[in-house]
Design a protein around this ligand. Structure first.
Ligand SMILES: NC(=O)c1ccc[n+]([C@@H]2O[C@H](COP(=O)([O-])OP(=O)(O)OC[C@H]3O[C@@H](n4cnc5c(N)ncnc54)[C@H](OP(=O)(O)O)[C@@H]3O)[C@@H](O)[C@H]2O)c1
Length: 311
């Protein structure tokens, strides 16, 4: 089968479109015929070796930890999925990924794909969608009526977070550049801040929850906005616990985890028309280098997809 693999950490040139062995499903696994994968910033961070001490990988490594496809082989212990089922997943990132014609995923990490979506759209959901879901509901325990500030509302994580927070009955504030204001409001944000021309702490009232996808100075200035009892969760950098305590707030950093249960809930919201998927661009699998360069600009609107089986 064809796959995009790396043989050592490096720049985009290290991405190689090549023949790879067909992966075999263990007793608790499913082999998926990959129809589409999505590109996430973690892919090029792993490719470059930035996460090597956190997530050790064996080389050669197939990148990509978002998948939509069809069940092709079922491990002996798997009872809840069958050959032919359409599934999607954000699998374990310590294993080989989805930039390939076939991949092996633990059955417990797969959910039935949203029926209303194409594979290209469904592949765009799991990693960013689960990150937004876990940040808002599992970590920050966002409640109806609370004010939530979402940084990078036009990005993969932010575009889902705006819609989930709105569905949960929160007052949603999102940051982006001015060109993305219409998009942000269309996703359901009640307030928009152009982070390039305004300092958000000067124009916003206090908030209950911050979802930080930026870190650095953006995170530091966000802490000042938190109410007593507020929560700040970051997906990029650990917040200063003393600074949080000084305003009576709590928070931390977390890494998204596979969850077939949450993917099932997200699929229901998508199929009900409550949540939509924002696609920035679609590249053929063989053009993963161009897709990585696009992701590395940090300017994508929604998700970048690698199409493996032409739709
Ligand atoms: N810990 C975890 O488990 C986890 C999970 C998922 C993601 N992450 C990390 O979270 C970050 C975001 O991921 P993503 O997939 O959402 O990225 P993404 O889709 O590449 O984000 C792109 C968006 O970021 C916006 N942006 C850039 N700088 C900004 C700023 N200073 N303020 C507000 N918006 C800004 C851009 O909007 P404009 O063009 O309008 O500027 C663009 O729409 C990445 O670093 C990723 O690695 C971590």
């Amino acid at each position: 089968m064809k796959a995009i693999r790396i043989h050592s950490y490096g720049d985009v040139e290290s991405l190689s479109y090549e023949d790879a062995p067909m992966p075999q499903a263990g007793p608790g696994d499913i082999r998926v015929r990959v129809h589409a994968a999505a590109v996430n910033p973690v892919d090029w961070k792993i490719r470059a070796g930035y996460l090597a001490s956190m997530v050790p990988h064996k080389m050669p490594l197939t990148l990509g930890w978002d998948v939509s496809g069809v069940v092709e082989q079922v491990g002996a212990e798997v009872t809840h999925l069958s050959v032919g089922d359409e599934v999607y997943s954000r699998p374990d990132i310590s294993r080989d990924g989805s930039y390939a014609e076939y991949m092996v995923v633990r059955a417990s990490e797969l959910a039935v794909k949203p029926q209303s979506l194409s594979h290209n759209e469904a592949a765009a959901v799991p990693l960013a969608g689960l990150t937004a879901w876990q940040a808002l509901f599992d970590h920050a325990k966002l409640k109806k009526g609370e004010r939530v500030l979402i940084h990078a509302g036009a990005g993969g994580v932010g575009s889902f977070a705006i819609q989930f927070a709105k569905w949960a009955g929160a007052h949603v504030i999102a940051t982006a550049s001015s060109a993305n204001e219409g998009l942000i409001r269309n996703l359901g944000a009640d307030e928009f801040v152009d982070y390039r021309s305004q300092r958000f702490e000067d124009v916003l009232g206090k908030v209950d929850v911050v979802l930080d996808t930026i870190g650095g100075d953006t995170q530091t200035r966000s802490v000042e906005l938190l109410r007593s009892g507020g929560r700040l969760f970051s997906v990029v950098a650990p917040p200063d616990e003393n600074a949080l305590a000084a305003v009576g707030a709590t928070g931390g950093i977390f890494m998204v985890q596979p969850s077939s249960e949450a993917l099932g809930e997200i699929a229901k919201l998508i199929d009900a028309g409550t949540v939509r998927v924002l696609i920035d661009s679609v590249f053929p699998l063989s053009e993963a280098r161009a897709a990585h360069l696009k992701s590395q600009t940090g300017r994508s609107k929604g998700k970048i997809v690698l199409e493996v089986v032409p739709a």
